[in-house]
Structure formats: C-alpha cells, structure tokens
Design a protein around this ligand. Structure first.
Ligand code: E4P
Length: 222
C-alpha cells in the first residue's frame, strides 16, 4: 500500500516525510497555482527534495491530444525514474493515455468520477487510476464506487493500481485503507487529522508528570 501526499507545499512535505512513510507526492494545476510559486520553482523544489524511490506526479494542462502528449513526455523526463504524468480522462486524455503507454511513459489517469471511467482507463494501460472520492460523494457514495472499482479490476485481472484522491475527511481514507486500497494521496491537513489525537498528548504529559514527581528528572535514566 502506498501513502502519498497531495500537495506542492515543500515545507509540509519535508515535515511529514520525517513523521510518516511517504511513497510519493501528487500535484495538480490547482495545487501548484495555490502554492503562489512559479511552476518551475515547484518542480525544482520537488525534484531536488524527493528520494529517487519516491514517486512524483504532475498533470497535463493542454486539452488537445498533441499538446497533452508533448507535456506527458516533458513531465516524465523531469527525473530519471518514478515520475508520472497525470492525464484527465476526457476523450483527448483517453487517447493520450493509450499513446503515452505505447511510448512506455508512467501514467496516472485522473479526474475520475466513476468506476466505469477508471476501468476504461485501466484497459488503456494506465498504471494508476485516481478516483476523486470526495467529489464523487456529490453524486452518490464515492467510497462505494471505489470499492466497486477494486472489485472490477480484481475480477477482470487488470493490474492498474487505484490511488484514491480528493479526500476531505479521515473517515474516507480510513474506509478505503481498511478495504484494501492500493494507494491513497492525502492532503496534509487530513494527514495531520489522522496522526494527531489530543488523548496521546495528555497521556504523554501524565507519564512525564508521574516520572518527574517520583524520580525528579525527565529522562529514563539519570
Ligand atoms: C489528486 O491527484 C487530485 O488531483 C486531487 O486529490 C484532487 O483534489 P480536490 O478534489 O481537493 O481538488
């Protein structure tokens, strides 16, 4: 199971990379523009920081097949390995997913709102499928659709990996991990909500107070 961060904020990536096991970083045009930095700066920061085995994902912006394919090639050439192009599953995008896979590029099919769209992208060879869980919840049960997708892929023995995305709550992430999702990409705010619990901090203060009261120090041994 791969746990990725859905952000271009390099400071939060560095902080979380120390705390948890980060398999990679996903971005999209909104995330990059929200950083307030030039795209070249964001690319440089991410490529410099991430370890070679950590995956990196950038999305195409063009809407024509020719433009998308050019961008796909450029994105996948940013690092020697583990760099994937995110391609929305529009008609142009579906066409480009096929072409990019024929060239051996790493592809994540994105902006997925249904299990059917995802399945067809998988049949075109996409390595990763990114259903937008929270956005799908505006049209029904997003988590249930992703579970359905997992079942479709397994039944048909199609080996694309589902990277569930667009999370707004820990419950959405939790339910998919518990159900055996292949990968998730989670924004930092939701990761911190998963990680932090006020009870843990209180417990640690309680242990510490008991220790210093009995032994007059704050470390295990003198
Ligand atoms: C990730 O790859 C997607 O682009 C992202 O999770 C979409 O998230 P949003 O629905 O918060 O825009």
């Amino acid at each position: 199971m791969e746990f990725m961060l859905d952000t271009a904020d390099i400071n939060q990536i560095k902080q979380l990379d120390k705390l948890i096991t980060v398999a990679g970083v996903t971005t999209n045009p909104t995330i990059i523009t929200a950083s307030g930095k030039r795209v070249e700066t964001v690319i440089e920061e991410l490529c410099d920081y991430l370890a070679p085995n950590q995956k990196l994902f950038f999305q195409t912006v063009s809407q024509t097949p020719e433009g998308m394919l050019d961008e796909a090639r450029a994105i996948c050439a940013l690092r020697p390995q583990n760099t994937y192009v995110k391609i929305p599953v529009t008609h142009a995008g579906m066409q480009v997913i096929k072409a990019a896979k024929q060239e051996g590029l790493g592809v994540l099919a994105t902006a997925i709102y249904s299990a059917d769209q995802a399945f067809l992208a998988a049949m075109n060879g996409a390595d990763y499928l990114a259903p937008y869980v929270n956005r799908m919840c505006n049209y029904g049960d997003g988590v249930a659709q992703v579970l359905d997708l997992l079942a479709m892929l397994e039944k048909q023995q199609v080996d694309a990996r589902v990277i569930a995305a667009s999370f707004k709550s820990t419950d959405q992430v939790h339910r998919l991990i518990a159900a055996g999702i292949h990968a998730v990409t989670v924004p930092p705010a939701v990761v911190f909500a998963m990680l932090d619990h006020p009870g843990t901090e209180l417990a640690v203060q309680e242990f510490s107070a008991a220790w210093s009261k009995s032994f007059g120090r704050e470390s295990f041994s003198a």
